[in-house]
Design a protein around this ligand. Sequence first.
Ligand SMILES: Cc1cc2nc3c(=O)[nH]c(=O)nc-3n(C[C@H](O)[C@H](O)[C@H](O)COP(=O)(O)OP(=O)(O)OC[C@H]3O[C@@H](n4cnc5c(N)ncnc54)[C@H](O)[C@@H]3O)c2cc1C
Length: 367
Amino acid sequence: MDDVVIVGGGIIGTATAYFMAKEGRKVKVIERDPTYKTASFPLSLGGFRRQFFQTENILLGKFAREFIFQIPELLKTEKNPKPTASMVTNGYLLMFGPEHAEEQYKALENHKACEAGTKNIKGSELKKFFPYINNDGIETATFTDNQSEGWIDPFMFHGALKSKAMELGAEFVKGEVKTLSEIKAKTIISAAGCWTKELLEDIPVEPQKHTVFRVKCPKHIPEMPLTGDLTTGVYWRPEGKEYLAGSPKSVFDAKDLEPAWDDFEELVWPALAHRIPAMEELKLTGGWAGYYDCNRLDNNAVVGKHPKFDNVYLATGFTGRGLMQAPGIGRALTELITTGAYQSIDISNMAVERVLGKKARPEPYVL
Ligand SMILES: Cc1cc2nc3c(=O)[nH]c(=O)nc-3n(C[C@H](O)[C@H](O)[C@H](O)COP(=O)(O)OP(=O)(O)OC[C@H]3O[C@@H](n4cnc5c(N)ncnc54)[C@H](O)[C@@H]3O)c2cc1C
């Protein structure tokens, strides 16, 4: 009988392994593809932010920042004494049209209650702060400029967490779990990402394909934040001397991870050129697609104990924010399992019972 078995060695499984091992638990992580070719985390944009609607998501975003800043200290190992996740702290800028303004003003009250430190401006003031942006159709915008948001390299983050978890005694093994009943362990944690339904069929989380393009623009603006234009759903950020830009179109039941190349000319380029006139001149240099672990009920995470089992916990449904939420979720699950209750951030609203009872609690700020 094992002590703790985690199914899925992606970012959620690995962060949970780290926190559980830190508490002295004997952890085994079973991962079917240690190259992580189709796993979500290496295909993500690496963004961490606190600009959400739901309180739990704002607080998890704040903890992400705290954890990421401490990577060199928390995740150093004998083999890797100076771990890094190549953090860039350009902040986030989210822009809203009149149709989303009321909701955004409510979100700002939640930001305030959580001391998120976000700044809100009228669309008409955008050019004062971001002179390269065309504010046409923007009613209101929220941003940070205090290093509290930005992005990291997802693969380096995962590697640092994994090395530290292993140093703390966690074991990572290659294998495919066909059913949870084949595992004999005191505690089982399903961290199977968008494939969770294969193990727990009552969890409404499914793979949702998203395409990201890499583009080159003669005018480079390295200080640009990760910018989301909620009037079109297009989002982008600098990547070295180029930019990454995400398509607003997503697909369920995709047969493969071939990028939706047509989205570039049809949706992404026109939206970019309209919002940032300097991006009229763009060259497409690459792209990829990856799966969101999308919770079809409400775009919100599902975390906690599964009520139909004595010893099964799960964490999934992060719908575009699992990378940044991994430290907070790993810590929260560890608290729940080792003490019986959440101690730091109360994420009871993410409980499995919510989705089984179809009580939707939507998070609208999905990029
Ligand atoms: C294009 C794109 C952009 C994104 N941008 C961001 C962003 O900016 N910020 C952010 O926070 N998030 C972002 N995300 C979302 C984020 O990547 C995911 O929410 C997160 O990676 C989910 O982590 P996970 O560990 O649950 O899943 P995964 O990373 O997919 O890991 C799950 C692992 O479980 C394994 N597995 C599954 N079933 C089994 C089984 N039966 N047996 C053994 N192993 C199994 C899989 O092989 C996989 O390695 C983005 C995602 C995409 C696709």
